[in-house]
Design a protein around this ligand. Structure first.
Ligand code: CA
Ligand code: ZN
Length: 303
């Protein structure tokens, strides 16, 4: 297995980044990550405003996948996700949904023990370890690792977890894959501007898929499939995610646009991933039983 450590981090996804590892399609890589603050906040008495804000949202990589060219899909299977034993949360003025009510920057250290995040003595929260930043080089100008887009990036989507498979549109030769920003737990919205931020290690298998296309990242897990769209507003993100999912499924069926729209209205879910990054991310989710009934296997030859 290939290994990458936190000595190789990027702060923006870019086709101009030099790859730090070359792999063949189908190879597995274990990737070590910092938390989104580059592990700068380690104790409760630390002044948050004193940290180096130029070292925020590092992603480890990029990985060059042989054979990937613009127009392909990069299939990323999250085989394993391991997280550290201490998380940190931050919020403050002008950050997140409640920033207008907050007067000082605050951080909170959250120990992780026995598969729980210890928010305080009474509140031991269940974990849902997930990857906040994951993606490939974008089509045009470099995109900060703090911003999401069609290339992935800071999508902060709780479904990006162990066992999930993502399909990213490839825009640059080699795809230039990277990831970082793990959360021990996060709810839809990420309303404070942070999840329970943790360092960790992800084991991912990278595969080039030819002959299929998607304009946006698509996630497949045991429960179903979701398309992830980031935009200036939730209205726009929800509308685009819904329409793209309908367009993704339509060619596999004999349903009309109106029929598919009714099906999505009855059984699909428009869901919020995050509202703070500062582009927002929505997803449209279709349950597996619907895909099964329609005989759809996304991005495979029999699909
Ligand atoms: Ca994030
Ligand atoms: Zn994060």
């Amino acid at each position: 297995m290939h290994e990458l450590s936190t000595k190789d981090v990027i702060y923006s996804f870019s086709r101009k980044n030099s790859p730090v590892l070359h792999v063949q399609s189908g190879d597995t890589v274990r990737i070590e990550t910092f938390d989104c603050f580059t592990n700068q906040i380690q104790s409760a008495d630390q002044e948050v405003s004193a940290i180096d804000w130029d070292r925020i949202n590092p992603a480890t990589g990029p990985v060059y996948v042989e054979g990937a060219v613009s127009g392909d899909l990069l299939k990323v299977t999250i085989d394993k996700l391991e997280i550290g034993d201490q998380g940190v949360m931050v919020t403050g003025p002008d950050l997140g949904v409640m920033g207008h009510r907050l007067e000082t920057m605050e951080s909170k250290i959250i120990p992780i023990e026995n598969n729980k995040a210890l928010f305080n003595e009474k509140l031991h929260l269940p974990l849902n370890p997930m990857i906040g930043v994951i993606g490939v080089a974008p089509e045009g100008e470099p995109v900060s690792c703090g911003t999401p887009g069609a290339h992935g990036g800071n999508m902060d989507t709780k479904f990006i977890a162990e066992g999930a498979t993502l399909y990213f549109p490839v825009f640059a030769e080699g795809a230039l894959f990277a990831l970082g920003d793990f959360h021990a737990a996060m709810g839809d919205g990420e309303v404070s501007v942070s999840g329970i931020e943790v360092p960790g290690r992800a084991t991912v298998t990278l595969e080039v898929i030819k002959g299929f296309h998607s304009k946006f990242p698509v996630l497949v897990n045991k429960e179903g499939a979701a398309i992830l769209v980031s935009a200036m507003t939730l209205d726009e993100a929800v509308k685009t995610a819904t329409e793209e999912m309908i367009d993704l499924l339509l060619p596999f069926t004999d349903l009309s646009v109106s029929g598919m729209t009714m099906l999505m209205s009855a059984a699909g879910e428009a869901q919020i991933s995050q509202v703070v990054d500062p582009l927002v991310t929505a997803r449209f989710f279709v349950p597996q039983y619907v895909l099964d009934a329609l005989g759809i296997h996304l991005f495979t030859e029999n699909g």
